[in-house]
Design a protein around this ligand. Structure first.
Ligand code: GUN
Length: 296
């Protein structure tokens, strides 16, 4: 079997077109959803994420307030900026790009963000709501993964899912979302991690394998069954002298070999990546609707 490639760029473009329409309708009511972005330091990967977020806001007609701060910014200054955004009615979503440079207290910053503007879904209040199945801002990457599966027609109900990776940003929230008793859940989930005894035993049993370990070749062809659905969340830089920039991006999955066994697979780049920003835009529009009393 050769897998159908799940085109994240295409799905993201469809969703962004829907959001653009929605933003245009809101504009007629005098509402422009706004995203406040804070990037501290000069990490190149974070810089390119943030630039992509800013461009995406512009593309669909959202207001964006971009703040790029020096790596030696103090905790107090960062907290003050978050507070300013909490009180700014033009801003419906606040995004503090992670990881923060060493010396800054990430947990304290995330806790300071108004949960009603927490479009990343990282505030403990939103995490708690998500876990108990209440309406909350869902974290963007896991939400993007679920949208890719659903929009590709993959059945989640009753599916055996193996997630490889237990990060707070992907593995843990994704597991929680997939076990919810709702249309985007009802799966049976195993979360594997660096201390899992026999990773392949779990991935071979799975109907859906989601790789979010942050390491190339974590999932190889011998570790999956025929017809498996594979979602690759990994974004890893590997040296490549043939490229002008000296590296290329690969995921956590041995794509070329696994695609010969899978029924569906996401590429890297062009799979999950474009969905993360799309779901951030989705949450920001949703937040603006809630603030205006227009949300369902
Ligand atoms: N760093 C890597 N992914 C993310 C994300 O989804 N949100 C934020 N704020 N930082 C990140």
């Amino acid at each position: 079997m050769t897998a159908q490639i799940i085109d994240g760029k295409q799905v993201a473009a469809e969703m962004r077109a829907e959001l653009k329409d929605e933003a245009a309708k809101l504009k007629k009511k005098g509402i422009v959803p706004g995203l406040g972005v804070i990037l501290v330091g000069e990490d190149p990967a974070s810089q390119s994420y943030v630039t992509a977020k800013e461009r995406a806001c512009e593309d669909i007609g959202l207001y964006s307030d971009d703040n790029r701060l020096a790596a030696n910014t103090s905790q107090a200054d960062l907290m003050a900026l978050v507070e300013k955004m909490n009180n700014d009615p033009r801003i419906n979503g606040i995004l503090v790009q992670l990881p923060l440079p060493k010396g800054l207290n990430e947990a304290e910053v995330l806790l300071a963000i108004d949960p009603a503007k927490d479009v990343d879904g990282f505030h403990p209040m939103n995490v708690g709501k998500m876990v108990v199945g209440e309406k909350a801002f869902l974290p963007c990457t896991p939400h993007g993964v679920i949208q890719l599966l659903i929009r590709s027609g993959v059945k989640l109900e009753g599916a055996e899912v193996a997630i490889v990776g237990r990060s707070n940003i992907v593995g843990k929230p994704l597991a929680n979302m997939l076990i919810q008793k709702n249309a985007t859940g009802n799966a049976t989930v195993t979360v594997c991690h660096t201390r899992t005894k026999n990773l392949a035993e779990h991935t071979r049993r799975a109907d859906i394998v989601i790789a979010a370990a942050g390491r190339p070749n974590t999932v190889t062809a011998d570790m999956v069954k025929d017809g498996v659905v594979v979602i690759d969340v990994g974004v890893n830089r590997v040296e490549d002298a043939t490229k002008k920039r000296g590296y290329r991006l690969v995921g956590d999955v041995d794509f070329e070999a696994v695609k010969e066994k899978a029924s569906f697979i996401t590429p890297v780049p062009g799979g999950v990546g474009p969905m993360t920003i799309t779901m951030l835009l989705y949450n920001t529009v949703e937040s603006a609707k809630r603030a205006a009393g227009l949300a369902k």
